[in-house]
Design a protein around this ligand. Structure first.
Ligand code: SF4
Ligand code: SF4
Length: 72
């Protein structure tokens, strides 16, 4: 898993991390008002979720789950 952690104490459920993930890795648990990692192998460690989280609740490892597509 390359999303190392989501701090449930800090997270206030803004959903920004879910919205900015271009790889559809994250889902949002409405009942708990928290995001979770649904498809860890699809994470490309782009750091968008970590960068956009306003409270620093999500931490990403740089070890990629899969390679980024090559740009021609
Ligand atoms: S690091 Fe990028 S690909 Fe991985 S969960 Fe966060 S936004 Fe999605
Ligand atoms: S961006 Fe941060 S505060 Fe917002 S839902 Fe995601 S982990 Fe929680």
């Amino acid at each position: 898993m390359v999303v190392k952690s989501i701090n449930k104490e800090l997270c206030f459920g803004c959903k920004l991390c879910v919205d900015v993930c271009t790889e559809d890795v994250l889902r949002f648990d409405e009942a708990r008002n928290k995001p979770y990692v649904k498809y860890p192998k699809d994470c490309v460690s782009c750091l968008f979720c970590e960068a956009f989280c306003p409270i620093g609740a999500i931490e990403v490892s740089l070890k990629r789950g899969r390679k980024l597509p090559e740009v021609m």
